[in-house]
Design a binder for this molecule. Structure first.
Ligand code: NI
Length: 224
């Protein structure tokens, strides 16, 4: 399941993020890559003093984790601090699968959901699509600044080469309370039906029933 989450960041937040990125120091992204990914990774990542990173993370992650669509789609249990990546002309990231376990010893987490937050407008670069392999073929994703896409970390994906301009994204991983992507998808569909019913028919018996089933399926399936 690929879920597009709109307006994670508003224009004011985007401007703050962009001004921090514009002043930031970027290093070769291969330094943070796993063995296999290093061969196909060609981008740069922000290195900034801890205080500045914390401010940036609060802005980006604060908005992401509070977003109801993200909550319902990812069912986060642990959320990693993001990487801020920059792709200039000629850079890209070949086909790879994200590392299954990330984080420092003692602070490790399993990556279930990968999320990319687009930090600049698609008109500012050509190429640079996030291409994800799904059971229905390849999906090519390039979103407006402030929008995000969440997808299973188990999927093979790549970033097409940027042919002009610069692409800025934040990338993060989530350990979900629901390890199984199919269960996450089923629950997300049920969540959407429940939201609609609560809007259109809040007092109906069917609304109460759907809510009841949703809540208890979350209880049945979540692992903490
Ligand atoms: Ni990746």
């Amino acid at each position: 399941m690929l879920v597009v989450i709109r307006n994670v960041l508003n224009p004011t937040q985007l401007q703050q993020v962009r001004s921090m990125l514009d002043q930031g120091h970027f290093v070769d992204g291969r330094l943070s890559a796993g063995k296999k990914a290093r061969q196909v990774k060609n981008n740069e990542e922000l290195h900034a003093p801890a205080g500045q990173m914390e401010k940036l993370n609060q802005l980006v992650m604060g908005s992401l984790v509070q977003h109801p669509e993200y909550q319902a789609a990812a069912m986060p249990y642990r959320v990693a601090a993001p990487y801020y990546a920059r792709y200039t002309e000629g850079m890209g990231y070949g086909d790879h699968v994200d590392d299954p376990v990330m984080g420092p010893p003692g602070g490790q987490y399993r990556s279930d959901v990968s999320t990319t937050v687009f930090l600049n407008d698609p008109e500012q670069y050509t190429g640079g699509e996030l291409v994800i392999q799904t059971s229905f073929g390849e999906q090519s994703i390039k979103l407006a600044a402030g929008d995000a896409v969440a997808y299973p970390s188990s999927s093979l994906h790549r970033v097409a080469a940027v042919t002009s301009g610069t692409r800025f994204v934040a990338v993060t991983w989530t350990q979900s309370m629901l390890r199984d992507p199919q269960r996450r998808e089923l629950l997300f569909q049920l969540y959407q039906a429940r939201e609609q019913l609560m809007q259109s028919d809040p007092d109906a018996h069917a609304t109460t029933q759907v809510d009841h089933v949703y809540v208890n399926l979350v209880r049945m399936w979540s692992e903490l």
